[in-house]
Design a protein around this ligand. Structure first.
Ligand code: SF4
Length: 366
């Protein structure tokens, strides 16, 4: 059932090259996270998201410190190994220091590929943020237009919005199925689908996913013993998801920047200040956003209590935003009586025995 998505992920660069050739569209590489793909689609381009991958690092360390997270180091490695040759330009956000550094390295190493930067403000007052975000979005639209040669029109934007609304509705159905019947979908299958979403054009992704979701909705509900919520940035390396399946820890929901946080904020409603502010700050709390109006600890504790689940913090080594949140988060969850554990990974690792042992021990106490 998930094979098509797994296949896409195995060979995503070649797939993207084929889609580019088939559609004749420019490709915009989107660096994680918080830039609306619907704008890129409305400007006639095909967005491909890079979130890091399980690639051995041989060249990227020449330009990035070894204490940069492996999301950024593996993204740079992909680019240096020619895996992004089909990309015509990039959009970076300022979600963390590592991403900001990476944007500068890309400008230096790949001067022929324009870099558009979307700055996310540090301000807790929406009325202060909105004009800044609107200005940033306008600049980004102008920058992407220069790459695609297509101007922004409301008609094209509304068409793109409708497409992304359909995609989001389907993914939300997928999350609902898993909450209701976690055994219906393996952790590896579920996150293979989300990973493929980053590279498959939204229209084709929706067509691929629709029959899968319908089939999952019709599966018999099976009993679940150990219910887990994973929290962090991204579930990479994806192979690690198989460990949860192997030891029967059922992931019922997540709190991931590239997972539920992304879908909780909805599709961009308009290119006005309020619309883009809602898109960036309107979802569930994220370690990479400055938003004192939200309490991630209470959010996660309430979610775990509602789902009757324990929490596993899936952390990427040297990810500062998550590392700063972690001690407080763990203490708060423990205080509320919610079982919690954490582990750190590097994206290029391929042996998970240590983490498996740790998760098995955690399972014993549930
Ligand atoms: S893993 Fe953390 S530090 Fe690395 S790019 Fe993502 S948010 Fe930034």
């Amino acid at each position: 059932m998930f094979e098509k998505f797994i296949e896409v992920n195995r060979d995503s660069a070649n797939r993207a090259r084929q889609w580019k050739q088939k559609t004749g569209k420019k490709v915009i590489g989107v660096m994680p996270e918080y830039f609306p793909s619907e704008v890129i689609t409305a400007l006639g381009a095909y967005p491909v998201h890079f979130k890091g991958t399980q690639i051995p690092i041989s060249r990227a360390d020449t330009y990035l410190q070894s204490f940069s997270c492996t999301t950024t180091r593996t993204i740079l490695e992909q680019a240096m190994q020619g895996d992004m040759d089909y990309v015509d330009g990039f959009v970076f956000t300022t979600m963390c220091d590592n991403q900001q550094n990476l944007a500068e390295v890309f400008k230096k190493l790949f001067p022929e590929k324009p870099v558009v930067t979307f700055m996310i403000p540090f301000a807790n007052d929406a009325s202060v943020r909105q004009p800044h975000l609107k200005e940033q979005l306008d600049k980004a639209i102008a920058g992407i237009s220069r790459i695609t040669g297509t101007g922004f029109t409301q008609d094209a934007f509304q068409t793109a919005r409708a497409l992304y609304e359909r995609r989001a509705a389907l993914i939300n159905r997928l999350y609902d199925v898993r909450r209701r019947n976690p055994k219906a979908v393996s952790a590896y299958g579920f996150y293979s689908i989300l990973k493929a979403d980053a590279v498959v054009p939204a229209e084709e992704f929706t067509a691929l996913l629709e029959p899968v979701v319908s089939a999952l909705e019709n599966k018999d509900v099976l009993p679940v013993e150990h219910r887990i919520i994973i929290s962090g940035i991204t579930p990479e390396p994806l192979e690690l998801a198989k460990v949860f399946d192997e030891i029967d820890l059922s992931i019922v929901d997540d709190d991931l920047t590239s997972g539920m946080r992304q879908f909780s904020r909805g599709v961009l409603s308009g290119i006005d200040g309020a619309g883009i502010d809602r898109f960036v700050f309107g979802g569930s709390p994220c370690s990479t956003l400055f938003n004192p109006a939200q309490d991630r600890r209470a959010y996660l504790a309430d979610k775990a209590a509602r789902d009757k689940a324990a929490v596993v913090l899936w952390q990427i080594k040297f990810c500062e935003p998550e590392a700063f949140d972690r001690p407080d988060l763990i203490a708060f969850l423990k205080q509320r009586g919610i079982p919690v554990t954490s582990f750190e990974v590097e994206l290029q690792m391929n042996s998970f025995e240590g983490i498996k042992t740790r998760l098995q021990a955690f399972k014993e106490i549930l």
